[in-house]
Design a protein around this ligand. Structure first.
Ligand code: HEM
Length: 260
């Protein structure tokens, strides 16, 4: 028998995964579950694509990196746009099933944390939100100790003739990315002299801005839905989320813009 669309996509399994906790079921809980599952699928794709960009960077494949950055930038815009759908849910509606979430929280999205670690925003303390026996914990620990996208980007810059300072080459990769003036000077040269590299740097800036937009829109969603309530994950909610709001993934690309 030939393969069908339904079987290829394992739709029996996929469409059986939206199980409301409220009883009798609250109408909007289906939206809440579907949108989170959709985000997790997009996170999965982002991890897959960024893994490729790391290889492109270290292999000095400019066009490969540009091609995939276009994709991840577009996914990021989609992630931002989709929050509109969830904002059609009122605070009253969310309250009707929020208690059922118990301590379940975006804090436990191991894939989002993986994404942050992969991009170089490393906050080891965030591991405490993953239970010791959580299935994805090991993978997250691996990501923490792995070189971030920024380290692979430095490999790419070295291919382009930028001298990467020793302190950057031997840095502790479990620490978050820090801006570096020598790298900024190198980037500036490349930006001005090589329009093809400028395209890459602009795409990286787009992606970075997209992630910050997502954070902003998520905060506004949280604010309009639960106001000043604490998060189900036990954080201060909006106040906690604001700490990451303007954190760039590529600080050196932002630091030079007034010099361009
Ligand atoms: C009504 C909708 C939502 C509310 C009220 C909400 C609320 C919150 C709150 C309060 C936090 C802080 C952690 C805590 O104490 O729980 C948080 C974190 C988080 N949420 Fe949401 N959220 C909503 C929708 C979403 C959606 C659709 C996603 C998509 C995946 C998402 C992903 C995350 C992630 C990844 C974090 C961790 C962020 C970080 O550590 O910087 N949330 N959320």
């Amino acid at each position: 028998m030939s393969l069908t669309y339904w079987d290829y996509l394992k739709l029996d399994e996929l469409l059986d995964l939206q199980e409301a906790k409220s009883d009798p079921p609250e109408h909007d809980e289906t939206l809440f579950i579907v949108i989170h599952q959709v985000y997790e699928l997009w996170f999965k794709l982002l991890l897959h694509e960024i893994e490729k960009i790391k290889r492109d960077f270290s292999g000095n494949d400019l066009f490969g990196a540009i091609h995939t950055l276009k994709r991840v930038r577009t996914v990021m815009k989609t992630l931002v746009g989709q929050l509109d759908v969830l904002e059609t849910m009122t605070p009253m509606s969310f309250t009707s099933f929020r208690d059922r979430l118990d301590t379940a929280s975006g804090f436990q999205s191991a894939q989002f944390r993986e994404l942050e670690f992969m991009l170089g925003y490393k906050r080891p303390e965030m591991l405490s939100h993953q239970a010791d026996d959580a299935p994805h914990r090991e993978q997250l620990v691996r990501r923490l100790h792995e070189r971030s996208l920024i380290d692979h980007f430095h490999d790419f810059l070295a291919h382009q003739g930028v001298v990467i300072p020793d302190e950057e080459k031997s840095r502790d990769v479990t620490q978050p990315t820090e801006p570096n003036e020598a790298i900024q000077d190198g980037l500036l040269e490349l930006y001005k002299k090589h329009p093809n590299l400028a395209i890459l740097f602009e795409l990286m800036t787009d992606f970075d801005e997209g992630l910050q937009e997502w954070r902003y829109r998520h905060i506004k969603l949280v604010e309009r839905t639960i106001g000043r309530k604490l998060g189900t994950g036990g954080s201060l909610g909006v106040e906690f989320l604001k700490e990451s709001l303007f954190k760039p993934v590529f600080p050196d690309l932002w630091a030079i813009r007034h010099r361009l």
